[in-house]
Design a protein around this ligand. Structure first.
Ligand code: MG
Length: 381
């Protein structure tokens, strides 16, 4: 999908995310006196999916959270450090893979907390880094401006880099082509004007929305942005803000061994930056072990409850089902009451007993076992 630069006409600040499905899905809950006093947060990678393949009986497990007519019975969210695509797109993809209706508000991605930062960068140029559609993700969060009359707001690092000749000295040796997200409908004259605007507009923040696809280029360009105060190749200046959607060193995908994640990229960037710049790199990571993210999941769960007109904060237990003790279980432990952690063996953790450093409240083989435990405990079914 091509990233569309926002205009004033497309501004939608304050729009509440909702859909007809929201009221339909939860309408029955409001009329039920036995509305559940618990909610569930599912990690995605290694718990319900391995790559794009459902794992651990996840479609069956999730279907048990809906009634026979497809209406949601048990409030749940997906809580993952992954990202790169908008919550609405991820909800649609998850729904197709898992065979149930998922609302965008049920998907909390690594970069979802960025929503709360957008006001700080209104009318500012920001760069979005990572696989997928990083600029589109940030645009959905409503960062926008009409900088220099050219309607520049958030640029992917692919597009940003394309405006600086020779900024990546290795580009000619790279055998892949990089999608630049540049609108093909604009004229070469407009492109030239945009190039000048981008080169003279100070980048105020960089958001690492997803895993970097081209580490060498992204580290080079981020170092350029960060040590020059947002004007690569020009003067030096104060470091712009830098945000990471997560800090996972490794994650489990379809390859048998774990893969390097955004935390590994952060370490590489930080190590290099601190060698070439006298002031250490400053950054903020939003990651699942951070209790803030768990608080956010609680809020979303409660929002779901609020759509039932209850308005009552009635969750006695929130279950976190994850595969990574250092991320999922540790996060739930740090968040404290009312979180209850369940560790599965379908992803990062494969141990026979509990994890020694971050033991979960319960260890099971699969997500289906976890849901079975929860429903038996809470509903006796
Ligand atoms: Mg996981």
């Amino acid at each position: 999908m091509k990233h569309r630069l926002f205009t004033i006409a497309s501004r939608s600040r304050g729009r509440k995310q909702s859909s007809p499905l929201a009221s339909r899905s939860f309408s029955r809950l409001s009329s039920q006196s036995d509305r559940p006093s618990f909610g569930i947060a599912f990690d995605i990678d290694g718990v319900v999916l391995l790559g794009h393949i459902p794992v651990g009986g996840s479609p069956r497990a999730l279907r048990r959270l809906y009634d026979d007519s497809g209406e949601l019975k048990i409030p749940f969210v997906f809580l993952t450090n992954g990202g790169g695509f908008s919550e609405s797109k991820r909800a649609q993809d998850l729904g197709q893979l898992l065979g149930v209706d998922i609302l965008p508000s049920q998907v909390i991605l690594g970069h979802t907390p960025f929503k709360q930062l957008v006001n700080r960068f209104e009318d500012k140029l920001v760069v979005a880094v990572g696989k997928g559609e990083p600029a589109a993700v940030m645009s959905e969060y409503d960062i926008w401006t009409t900088s220099l009359g050219l309607q520049i707001n958030v640029l992917s690092i692919d597009e940003y880099t394309s405006y600086f000749d020779a900024i990546d000295p290795l580009a000619t040796y790279k055998r892949w082509t990089t999608k630049t997200d540049i609108d093909q409908n604009i004229t070469s004259n407009e492109t030239a004007k945009r190039k000048i605007a981008v080169q003279t507009e100070r980048v105020q923040a960089a958001f690492v929305v997803g895993d970097s696809v081209d580490w060498s280029r992204d580290i080079q360009v981020l170092c350029d942005i960060l040590r020059t105060g947002g004007l690569p190749g020009k003067e030096t200046g104060n470091q712009p803000h830098l945000f990471f959607a997560n800090d996972d060193l490794e994650y489990q995908a379809t390859f048998p061994a774990e893969r390097l994640g955004m935390g590994a990229f952060r370490i590489a960037l930080e190590a290099i930056y601190n060698r070439i710049h006298p002031i250490p790199l400053a950054y903020t990571s939003y990651r699942k072990p951070n209790p803030f993210v768990y608080g956010n999941a609680e809020t979303v769960n409660l929002d779901v409850e609020n759509t039932t007109n209850s308005g009552i904060r009635c969750f006695k237990t929130l279950y976190m089902i994850g595969d990574n003790p250092k991320i999922d279980i540790r996060g739930a432990q740090q968040a404290g009451d009312p979180w209850f952690s369940i560790l599965t063996r379908t992803g990062v953790f494969k141990g026979k007993d509990n994890h020694s450093e971050f033991p979960a409240d319960l260890v099971v083989d699969t997500v289906e076992d976890a849901v079975d435990f929860i429903l038996r405990k809470e509903c006796g079914s």
